[in-house]
Write a protein that binds this ligand. Structure first.
Ligand SMILES: *Cc1c(COP(=O)(O)O)cnc(C)c1O
Length: 488
Protein backbone atom coordinates (compact mmCIF):
# COMPACT_ATOMS: atom_id res chain seq x y z
CA UNK A 1 0.00 0.00 0.00
CA UNK A 2 1.81 3.10 -1.18
CA UNK A 3 1.70 6.63 0.08
CA UNK A 4 -1.29 8.45 -1.35
CA UNK A 5 -3.62 5.44 -1.20
CA UNK A 6 -6.24 5.69 1.45
CA UNK A 7 -8.00 2.47 2.27
CA UNK A 8 -10.41 3.07 5.09
CA UNK A 9 -10.25 6.80 4.50
CA UNK A 10 -13.99 6.85 3.89
CA UNK A 11 -15.45 7.01 7.40
CA UNK A 12 -12.60 9.13 8.77
CA UNK A 13 -12.82 11.60 5.91
CA UNK A 14 -16.53 12.00 6.51
CA UNK A 15 -15.87 12.99 10.12
CA UNK A 16 -16.50 16.67 10.71
CA UNK A 17 -13.39 18.78 10.39
CA UNK A 18 -11.31 16.10 8.68
CA UNK A 19 -9.60 17.46 5.60
CA UNK A 20 -10.41 15.72 2.31
CA UNK A 21 -8.37 12.56 1.81
CA UNK A 22 -6.36 13.96 -1.13
CA UNK A 23 -4.78 16.60 1.10
CA UNK A 24 -4.02 14.26 3.98
CA UNK A 25 -0.43 13.10 3.75
CA UNK A 26 -0.83 10.79 6.74
CA UNK A 27 -3.35 8.26 5.49
CA UNK A 28 -2.81 4.52 5.66
CA UNK A 29 0.57 3.02 4.84
CA UNK A 30 2.91 5.56 6.38
CA UNK A 31 6.55 4.77 5.63
CA UNK A 32 8.67 3.98 8.69
CA UNK A 33 10.31 7.35 8.22
CA UNK A 34 7.56 9.81 7.31
CA UNK A 35 8.53 12.79 5.16
CA UNK A 36 8.84 16.15 6.91
CA UNK A 37 5.38 17.09 5.60
CA UNK A 38 3.93 13.85 6.92
CA UNK A 39 5.70 14.34 10.23
CA UNK A 40 4.17 17.78 10.59
CA UNK A 41 0.73 16.53 9.64
CA UNK A 42 1.00 13.71 12.19
CA UNK A 43 2.12 16.09 14.91
CA UNK A 44 -0.64 18.53 14.03
CA UNK A 45 -3.14 15.76 14.60
CA UNK A 46 -1.42 14.89 17.85
CA UNK A 47 -1.45 18.56 18.85
CA UNK A 48 -5.21 18.74 18.31
CA UNK A 49 -5.78 15.59 20.34
CA UNK A 50 -3.44 16.64 23.15
CA UNK A 51 -4.96 20.10 23.40
CA UNK A 52 -8.38 18.46 23.69
CA UNK A 53 -7.05 16.07 26.34
CA UNK A 54 -6.03 19.01 28.50
CA UNK A 55 -9.00 21.27 27.74
CA UNK A 56 -10.89 21.74 31.01
CA UNK A 57 -9.28 18.62 32.43
CA UNK A 58 -9.33 19.84 36.03
CA UNK A 59 -13.14 20.04 36.06
CA UNK A 60 -13.90 16.75 34.38
CA UNK A 61 -15.74 13.99 36.18
CA UNK A 62 -13.56 11.20 37.51
CA UNK A 63 -15.70 8.58 35.84
CA UNK A 64 -14.93 8.42 32.13
CA UNK A 65 -16.79 6.29 29.61
CA UNK A 66 -18.24 3.09 31.02
CA UNK A 67 -16.13 0.18 29.78
CA UNK A 68 -17.38 -0.76 26.31
CA UNK A 69 -17.18 -4.56 26.10
CA UNK A 70 -17.17 -4.47 22.31
CA UNK A 71 -14.24 -2.08 22.19
CA UNK A 72 -12.31 -4.09 24.79
CA UNK A 73 -12.94 -7.34 22.92
CA UNK A 74 -11.88 -5.72 19.65
CA UNK A 75 -8.66 -4.44 21.19
CA UNK A 76 -7.84 -7.83 22.69
CA UNK A 77 -8.32 -9.51 19.33
CA UNK A 78 -6.41 -6.81 17.45
CA UNK A 79 -3.32 -7.98 15.54
CA UNK A 80 -0.94 -6.01 13.34
CA UNK A 81 -1.34 -6.48 9.61
CA UNK A 82 -2.37 -4.13 6.85
CA UNK A 83 -1.95 -0.45 7.74
CA UNK A 84 -5.03 1.50 8.74
CA UNK A 85 -5.81 5.13 8.18
CA UNK A 86 -4.06 7.39 10.67
CA UNK A 87 -7.27 9.07 11.75
CA UNK A 88 -8.93 5.72 12.38
CA UNK A 89 -5.99 4.44 14.43
CA UNK A 90 -5.84 7.63 16.46
CA UNK A 91 -9.59 7.53 17.04
CA UNK A 92 -9.30 3.97 18.37
CA UNK A 93 -6.46 5.00 20.66
CA UNK A 94 -8.50 7.90 22.02
CA UNK A 95 -11.53 5.69 22.57
CA UNK A 96 -9.32 3.32 24.56
CA UNK A 97 -8.06 6.05 26.87
CA UNK A 98 -11.59 7.37 27.43
CA UNK A 99 -12.58 4.16 29.24
CA UNK A 100 -12.45 4.17 33.03
CA UNK A 101 -11.12 6.80 35.43
CA UNK A 102 -9.90 10.26 34.55
CA UNK A 103 -6.89 10.27 36.85
CA UNK A 104 -5.92 13.81 35.90
CA UNK A 105 -8.98 15.70 37.09
CA UNK A 106 -9.03 17.81 40.25
CA UNK A 107 -11.82 15.61 41.60
CA UNK A 108 -9.52 12.60 41.77
CA UNK A 109 -8.98 12.34 45.51
CA UNK A 110 -8.54 8.58 45.73
CA UNK A 111 -5.43 6.38 46.14
CA UNK A 112 -2.53 8.68 45.20
CA UNK A 113 -3.70 10.98 42.40
CA UNK A 114 -1.47 11.46 39.35
CA UNK A 115 -2.20 14.65 37.48
CA UNK A 116 0.18 14.78 34.49
CA UNK A 117 1.75 17.87 32.92
CA UNK A 118 1.57 18.70 29.22
CA UNK A 119 5.07 20.13 29.36
CA UNK A 120 6.43 16.84 30.69
CA UNK A 121 4.73 14.99 27.84
CA UNK A 122 6.42 17.39 25.45
CA UNK A 123 9.78 16.66 27.06
CA UNK A 124 9.05 12.96 26.73
CA UNK A 125 8.20 13.29 23.06
CA UNK A 126 11.40 15.19 22.30
CA UNK A 127 13.41 12.72 24.37
CA UNK A 128 12.09 9.71 22.52
CA UNK A 129 12.22 11.45 19.15
CA UNK A 130 15.92 12.21 19.63
CA UNK A 131 16.44 8.69 21.03
CA UNK A 132 19.71 9.57 22.71
CA UNK A 133 21.50 6.76 24.45
CA UNK A 134 21.85 7.85 28.07
CA UNK A 135 22.98 4.67 29.81
CA UNK A 136 26.52 5.98 29.36
CA UNK A 137 27.73 9.55 29.24
CA UNK A 138 30.09 9.22 26.28
CA UNK A 139 27.50 8.90 23.49
CA UNK A 140 25.25 11.66 24.80
CA UNK A 141 27.13 14.08 27.06
CA UNK A 142 24.57 16.83 26.53
CA UNK A 143 21.55 14.72 27.37
CA UNK A 144 23.29 13.15 30.36
CA UNK A 145 24.41 16.58 31.60
CA UNK A 146 20.85 17.89 31.36
CA UNK A 147 19.62 14.95 33.43
CA UNK A 148 22.56 15.15 35.85
CA UNK A 149 21.70 18.79 36.54
CA UNK A 150 18.21 17.82 37.69
CA UNK A 151 19.68 14.96 39.70
CA UNK A 152 22.04 17.36 41.44
CA UNK A 153 19.07 19.55 42.33
CA UNK A 154 17.30 16.58 43.89
CA UNK A 155 20.34 15.84 46.07
CA UNK A 156 20.52 19.48 47.19
CA UNK A 157 16.79 19.64 47.87
CA UNK A 158 17.26 16.93 50.47
CA UNK A 159 20.40 18.43 51.98
CA UNK A 160 22.63 15.62 50.79
CA UNK A 161 26.42 16.07 51.07
CA UNK A 162 28.99 16.01 48.25
CA UNK A 163 29.21 12.53 46.84
CA UNK A 164 25.45 12.04 46.90
CA UNK A 165 23.71 10.84 43.76
CA UNK A 166 20.18 10.73 42.42
CA UNK A 167 18.82 8.54 39.63
CA UNK A 168 15.57 8.46 37.70
CA UNK A 169 13.66 5.20 37.44
CA UNK A 170 10.23 4.12 36.26
CA UNK A 171 8.52 4.72 39.60
CA UNK A 172 8.64 4.41 43.36
CA UNK A 173 8.62 0.62 43.30
CA UNK A 174 11.84 0.47 41.28
CA UNK A 175 13.36 3.19 43.46
CA UNK A 176 12.59 1.17 46.60
CA UNK A 177 14.04 -1.95 44.99
CA UNK A 178 17.19 -0.17 43.86
CA UNK A 179 17.67 1.31 47.34
CA UNK A 180 17.32 -2.08 49.00
CA UNK A 181 19.91 -3.61 46.66
CA UNK A 182 22.34 -0.83 47.58
CA UNK A 183 21.60 -1.38 51.28
CA UNK A 184 22.00 -5.16 51.00
CA UNK A 185 25.34 -4.83 49.17
CA UNK A 186 26.62 -2.44 51.84
CA UNK A 187 25.33 -4.22 54.91
CA UNK A 188 25.22 -7.88 53.99
CA UNK A 189 27.48 -8.42 50.95
CA UNK A 190 27.44 -12.04 49.83
CA UNK A 191 24.89 -13.12 52.40
CA UNK A 192 21.44 -11.97 51.35
CA UNK A 193 20.00 -15.02 53.13
CA UNK A 194 21.03 -13.48 56.46
CA UNK A 195 19.88 -9.92 55.70
CA UNK A 196 16.84 -8.56 57.53
CA UNK A 197 14.83 -5.43 56.74
CA UNK A 198 12.42 -3.56 59.00
CA UNK A 199 9.29 -2.09 57.48
CA UNK A 200 6.23 -0.58 59.07
CA UNK A 201 2.86 -2.27 58.94
CA UNK A 202 1.84 0.90 57.10
CA UNK A 203 4.72 0.58 54.60
CA UNK A 204 3.73 0.52 50.96
CA UNK A 205 3.36 -2.97 49.49
CA UNK A 206 6.15 -2.20 47.03
CA UNK A 207 8.67 -2.29 49.89
CA UNK A 208 7.84 -5.87 50.84
CA UNK A 209 7.71 -6.79 47.16
CA UNK A 210 11.14 -5.23 46.59
CA UNK A 211 12.63 -7.09 49.56
CA UNK A 212 11.29 -10.41 48.26
CA UNK A 213 12.39 -9.64 44.73
CA UNK A 214 15.99 -9.02 45.74
CA UNK A 215 16.22 -12.26 47.69
CA UNK A 216 15.58 -11.18 51.26
CA UNK A 217 13.86 -14.20 52.78
CA UNK A 218 10.18 -13.52 53.47
CA UNK A 219 10.68 -14.41 57.14
CA UNK A 220 13.45 -11.79 57.31
CA UNK A 221 11.16 -8.96 56.30
CA UNK A 222 10.15 -7.73 59.73
CA UNK A 223 6.81 -5.98 59.64
CA UNK A 224 7.09 -3.71 62.66
CA UNK A 225 4.20 -2.46 64.77
CA UNK A 226 3.07 1.14 64.75
CA UNK A 227 3.26 3.26 67.86
CA UNK A 228 -0.07 4.99 67.18
CA UNK A 229 -1.59 2.87 64.43
CA UNK A 230 0.08 5.05 61.82
CA UNK A 231 3.78 5.64 62.56
CA UNK A 232 6.67 3.23 63.15
CA UNK A 233 7.38 2.33 66.75
CA UNK A 234 11.08 3.18 66.99
CA UNK A 235 11.71 1.30 70.23
CA UNK A 236 10.09 -1.84 68.84
CA UNK A 237 12.51 -1.73 65.92
CA UNK A 238 15.46 -1.34 68.29
CA UNK A 239 14.42 -4.49 70.13
CA UNK A 240 13.96 -6.42 66.88
CA UNK A 241 17.32 -5.37 65.47
CA UNK A 242 19.19 -6.31 68.63
CA UNK A 243 17.46 -9.66 68.79
CA UNK A 244 18.17 -10.41 65.12
CA UNK A 245 21.82 -9.50 65.56
CA UNK A 246 22.05 -11.74 68.61
CA UNK A 247 20.56 -14.51 66.50
CA UNK A 248 23.33 -14.17 63.92
CA UNK A 249 21.30 -12.34 61.30
CA UNK A 250 22.46 -9.16 59.54
CA UNK A 251 20.10 -6.24 60.15
CA UNK A 252 20.30 -4.37 56.89
CA UNK A 253 17.80 -1.57 56.45
CA UNK A 254 15.02 0.26 58.24
CA UNK A 255 12.42 1.56 55.79
CA UNK A 256 10.57 4.64 56.99
CA UNK A 257 7.74 6.47 55.27
CA UNK A 258 7.78 10.17 54.44
CA UNK A 259 4.06 10.00 54.09
CA UNK A 260 2.34 6.61 54.15
CA UNK A 261 -0.04 5.84 51.33
CA UNK A 262 -2.84 5.02 53.77
CA UNK A 263 -2.93 8.20 55.85
CA UNK A 264 0.01 10.33 54.72
CA UNK A 265 1.60 9.88 58.15
CA UNK A 266 5.30 10.73 58.35
CA UNK A 267 7.39 8.41 60.49
CA UNK A 268 9.53 9.93 63.21
CA UNK A 269 12.54 10.46 60.95
CA UNK A 270 14.95 12.10 63.47
CA UNK A 271 14.52 9.23 65.95
CA UNK A 272 14.86 6.65 63.17
CA UNK A 273 18.01 8.38 61.90
CA UNK A 274 19.44 8.26 65.44
CA UNK A 275 18.56 4.59 65.70
CA UNK A 276 20.07 3.74 62.31
CA UNK A 277 23.29 5.58 63.20
CA UNK A 278 23.49 3.97 66.62
CA UNK A 279 22.91 0.43 65.40
CA UNK A 280 24.72 0.75 62.08
CA UNK A 281 21.84 -0.04 59.74
CA UNK A 282 20.79 1.64 56.50
CA UNK A 283 17.92 4.13 56.70
CA UNK A 284 15.74 4.22 53.61
CA UNK A 285 12.94 6.77 53.50
CA UNK A 286 10.06 6.06 51.13
CA UNK A 287 8.89 9.47 50.02
CA UNK A 288 7.09 8.27 46.88
CA UNK A 289 3.94 10.04 47.94
CA UNK A 290 5.18 12.79 50.23
CA UNK A 291 8.80 13.50 49.31
CA UNK A 292 8.28 16.60 47.22
CA UNK A 293 6.48 18.41 50.03
CA UNK A 294 10.10 19.14 50.90
CA UNK A 295 9.66 22.02 48.44
CA UNK A 296 7.30 23.75 50.89
CA UNK A 297 8.15 25.31 54.23
CA UNK A 298 5.59 23.22 56.13
CA UNK A 299 6.68 20.09 54.30
CA UNK A 300 10.33 20.66 55.23
CA UNK A 301 9.33 20.97 58.87
CA UNK A 302 7.29 17.75 58.74
CA UNK A 303 10.01 15.83 56.89
CA UNK A 304 12.78 16.94 59.20
CA UNK A 305 15.39 14.23 59.52
CA UNK A 306 14.99 13.05 55.92
CA UNK A 307 18.33 14.70 55.14
CA UNK A 308 19.98 12.05 57.34
CA UNK A 309 18.67 9.13 55.30
CA UNK A 310 21.00 6.84 53.36
CA UNK A 311 18.48 6.75 50.54
CA UNK A 312 15.18 8.42 49.65
CA UNK A 313 12.52 7.29 47.18
CA UNK A 314 10.66 10.03 45.32
CA UNK A 315 7.93 9.85 42.71
CA UNK A 316 7.87 12.84 40.39
CA UNK A 317 4.81 11.18 38.84
CA UNK A 318 2.98 11.74 42.11
CA UNK A 319 3.99 14.84 44.02
CA UNK A 320 5.61 16.65 41.08
CA UNK A 321 2.57 16.05 38.85
CA UNK A 322 4.47 14.32 36.03
CA UNK A 323 2.78 11.70 33.87
CA UNK A 324 3.23 8.12 35.08
CA UNK A 325 6.64 6.61 34.47
CA UNK A 326 9.06 8.70 36.52
CA UNK A 327 10.37 7.73 39.93
CA UNK A 328 13.59 8.86 41.57
CA UNK A 329 16.05 7.65 44.13
CA UNK A 330 18.48 9.83 46.07
CA UNK A 331 21.40 8.14 47.83
CA UNK A 332 23.83 9.68 50.30
CA UNK A 333 26.85 7.93 48.75
CA UNK A 334 27.15 7.45 45.01
CA UNK A 335 29.54 4.56 45.68
CA UNK A 336 26.70 2.55 47.23
CA UNK A 337 25.12 2.45 43.78
CA UNK A 338 28.27 1.85 41.76
CA UNK A 339 29.23 -0.98 44.12
CA UNK A 340 25.83 -2.55 43.60
CA UNK A 341 25.36 -1.94 39.88
CA UNK A 342 28.74 -1.09 38.29
CA UNK A 343 29.90 -3.58 35.65
CA UNK A 344 32.64 -3.52 33.05
CA UNK A 345 31.51 -4.60 29.62
CA UNK A 346 34.23 -5.63 27.15
CA UNK A 347 32.28 -4.41 24.16
CA UNK A 348 32.33 -0.87 25.53
CA UNK A 349 36.14 -0.69 25.58
CA UNK A 350 36.34 1.95 22.85
CA UNK A 351 34.24 4.49 24.73
CA UNK A 352 36.14 7.20 26.57
CA UNK A 353 36.16 7.19 30.38
CA UNK A 354 33.62 9.28 32.24
CA UNK A 355 34.53 12.87 32.84
CA UNK A 356 32.45 14.74 35.41
CA UNK A 357 29.32 13.10 34.04
CA UNK A 358 27.82 9.94 35.48
CA UNK A 359 27.45 6.69 33.57
CA UNK A 360 23.83 6.20 34.54
CA UNK A 361 23.93 2.48 33.76
CA UNK A 362 26.38 2.03 36.65
CA UNK A 363 23.84 3.37 39.10
CA UNK A 364 20.72 1.25 38.57
CA UNK A 365 19.73 -2.20 37.25
CA UNK A 366 19.05 -0.66 33.81
CA UNK A 367 21.47 -0.38 30.89
CA UNK A 368 19.58 1.04 27.93
CA UNK A 369 17.02 3.37 29.40
CA UNK A 370 14.48 6.02 28.54
CA UNK A 371 16.02 9.48 28.79
CA UNK A 372 13.81 10.49 31.70
CA UNK A 373 15.70 13.67 32.50
CA UNK A 374 14.02 15.61 29.70
CA UNK A 375 10.48 15.20 30.99
CA UNK A 376 11.50 16.34 34.46
CA UNK A 377 13.74 19.17 33.28
CA UNK A 378 11.40 20.78 30.76
CA UNK A 379 8.45 21.49 33.12
CA UNK A 380 10.82 22.86 35.77
CA UNK A 381 12.26 25.23 33.14
CA UNK A 382 9.02 26.26 31.47
CA UNK A 383 7.01 26.86 34.64
CA UNK A 384 9.81 27.68 37.06
CA UNK A 385 9.75 26.21 40.55
CA UNK A 386 7.17 28.53 42.15
CA UNK A 387 4.00 26.95 40.67
CA UNK A 388 5.05 23.55 42.01
CA UNK A 389 5.62 24.96 45.48
CA UNK A 390 2.31 26.86 45.36
CA UNK A 391 0.38 23.79 44.21
CA UNK A 392 1.82 21.63 46.99
CA UNK A 393 1.11 24.38 49.51
CA UNK A 394 -2.47 24.60 48.26
CA UNK A 395 -2.82 20.82 48.66
CA UNK A 396 -1.62 21.11 52.27
CA UNK A 397 -4.15 23.91 52.89
CA UNK A 398 -7.06 21.98 51.36
CA UNK A 399 -6.27 18.82 53.30
CA UNK A 400 -5.98 20.76 56.58
CA UNK A 401 -9.29 22.53 55.92
CA UNK A 402 -11.01 19.30 54.97
CA UNK A 403 -9.74 17.69 58.15
CA UNK A 404 -11.06 20.48 60.35
CA UNK A 405 -14.45 20.48 58.64
CA UNK A 406 -14.74 16.69 58.96
CA UNK A 407 -13.64 16.71 62.60
CA UNK A 408 -16.37 19.27 63.31
CA UNK A 409 -19.14 17.05 61.92
CA UNK A 410 -21.08 15.21 64.60
CA UNK A 411 -19.91 11.63 65.01
CA UNK A 412 -17.11 11.85 62.42
CA UNK A 413 -13.72 10.70 63.70
CA UNK A 414 -10.45 11.39 61.91
CA UNK A 415 -6.95 9.92 61.98
CA UNK A 416 -5.79 13.28 63.31
CA UNK A 417 -4.70 16.44 61.56
CA UNK A 418 -2.91 15.33 58.38
CA UNK A 419 0.89 15.34 58.44
CA UNK A 420 0.73 16.11 54.72
CA UNK A 421 -2.27 15.99 52.40
CA UNK A 422 -4.19 12.77 53.09
CA UNK A 423 -7.11 12.84 55.50
CA UNK A 424 -8.35 9.57 56.99
CA UNK A 425 -11.79 9.58 58.61
CA UNK A 426 -14.81 7.51 59.60
CA UNK A 427 -18.45 8.48 59.57
CA UNK A 428 -20.65 7.21 62.41
CA UNK A 429 -21.44 3.50 62.18
CA UNK A 430 -19.79 0.24 61.24
CA UNK A 431 -17.65 -0.71 58.25
CA UNK A 432 -20.74 -1.09 56.09
CA UNK A 433 -21.62 2.51 56.92
CA UNK A 434 -18.18 3.57 55.68
CA UNK A 435 -18.69 1.72 52.41
CA UNK A 436 -22.13 3.30 52.02
CA UNK A 437 -20.70 6.77 52.68
CA UNK A 438 -17.96 6.16 50.13
CA UNK A 439 -20.52 5.09 47.54
CA UNK A 440 -22.59 8.19 48.28
CA UNK A 441 -19.64 10.57 47.83
CA UNK A 442 -18.56 8.85 44.61
CA UNK A 443 -22.07 8.30 43.25
CA UNK A 444 -22.18 11.11 40.70
CA UNK A 445 -18.67 10.41 39.46
CA UNK A 446 -17.67 14.03 39.99
CA UNK A 447 -15.09 13.13 42.63
CA UNK A 448 -13.59 9.92 43.80
CA UNK A 449 -12.44 9.01 47.31
CA UNK A 450 -11.07 5.61 48.28
CA UNK A 451 -10.86 3.60 51.48
CA UNK A 452 -8.40 1.46 53.37
CA UNK A 453 -8.13 -0.78 56.40
CA UNK A 454 -6.54 0.65 59.51
CA UNK A 455 -6.26 -1.37 62.71
CA UNK A 456 -9.01 -3.66 61.51
CA UNK A 457 -11.42 -0.92 60.53
CA UNK A 458 -12.43 0.58 57.23
CA UNK A 459 -11.21 4.16 56.98
CA UNK A 460 -12.17 6.61 54.24
CA UNK A 461 -9.37 8.56 52.56
CA UNK A 462 -9.35 12.00 51.02
CA UNK A 463 -6.02 12.33 49.20
CA UNK A 464 -5.25 15.80 47.85
CA UNK A 465 -2.24 15.68 45.56
CA UNK A 466 -3.27 17.14 42.24
CA UNK A 467 -2.32 20.63 41.20
CA UNK A 468 -5.84 20.73 39.71
CA UNK A 469 -7.76 20.15 42.94
CA UNK A 470 -9.67 23.28 43.95
CA UNK A 471 -11.58 24.20 47.07
CA UNK A 472 -14.91 23.42 45.37
CA UNK A 473 -13.83 19.79 44.80
CA UNK A 474 -13.17 19.38 48.51
CA UNK A 475 -16.35 21.26 49.42
CA UNK A 476 -18.36 18.92 47.22
CA UNK A 477 -16.94 15.99 49.21
CA UNK A 478 -17.70 17.69 52.53
CA UNK A 479 -21.28 18.41 51.45
CA UNK A 480 -21.81 14.75 50.55
CA UNK A 481 -20.31 13.55 53.84
CA UNK A 482 -22.53 16.03 55.68
CA UNK A 483 -25.55 14.52 53.93
CA UNK A 484 -24.49 11.10 55.17
CA UNK A 485 -23.94 12.33 58.71
CA UNK A 486 -27.20 14.27 58.97
CA UNK A 487 -29.15 11.58 57.13
CA UNK A 488 -30.21 14.17 54.55
C1 LIG B 1 2.97 4.91 45.14
C2 LIG B 1 3.89 4.51 46.22
C3 LIG B 1 4.92 3.60 45.99
C4 LIG B 1 5.09 2.89 44.67
O1 LIG B 1 5.42 3.78 43.65
P1 LIG B 1 5.07 3.44 42.13
O2 LIG B 1 5.50 4.69 41.45
O3 LIG B 1 3.60 3.19 42.07
O4 LIG B 1 5.86 2.25 41.73
C5 LIG B 1 5.82 3.35 47.00
N1 LIG B 1 5.67 3.95 48.20
C6 LIG B 1 4.68 4.81 48.48
C7 LIG B 1 4.60 5.45 49.82
C8 LIG B 1 3.75 5.12 47.49
O5 LIG B 1 2.75 5.99 47.76
Amino acid sequence: MGEGEYPGAGPAAERAGTPPAETVPVAAGLPLDPSPAQAEALLERAATLVAALFDGVGERPVEGDAPDPELIAGLLADRPGAPVHTDDALATLMRAVAQGHESRTGGHLAYIPGSGLLTASLGELLASASNRYTGLQAPSPGAVALEAGVLGWLCELFGMPDGAQAVLLSGGSMANLTALVAARERQAPGEPHRATVYVGEQAHASVRKAARTIGILPEHVRVCPSADGMRLDVEAIRVLIKQDRADGLVPTAVVAAAGTTNTGAVDCLPALADLAAELGVWLHVDGAYGGFFQLTERGRARLEGIERADSITLDPHKSLFLPFGTGALVVRERSSLTEAFGEDADYLRDLPDPAQLPDLAELTPELTREWRGAKLWLPLKLHGLAPFVDALDADLDLAAEAHDALAAMPGVTTCGAPDLSIVGFRVPGDDAAQDAALAHVNAEGRVRLSSTNLEGQVVLRLAVLSHRTRRHHVEYVLDRVREVVTGA
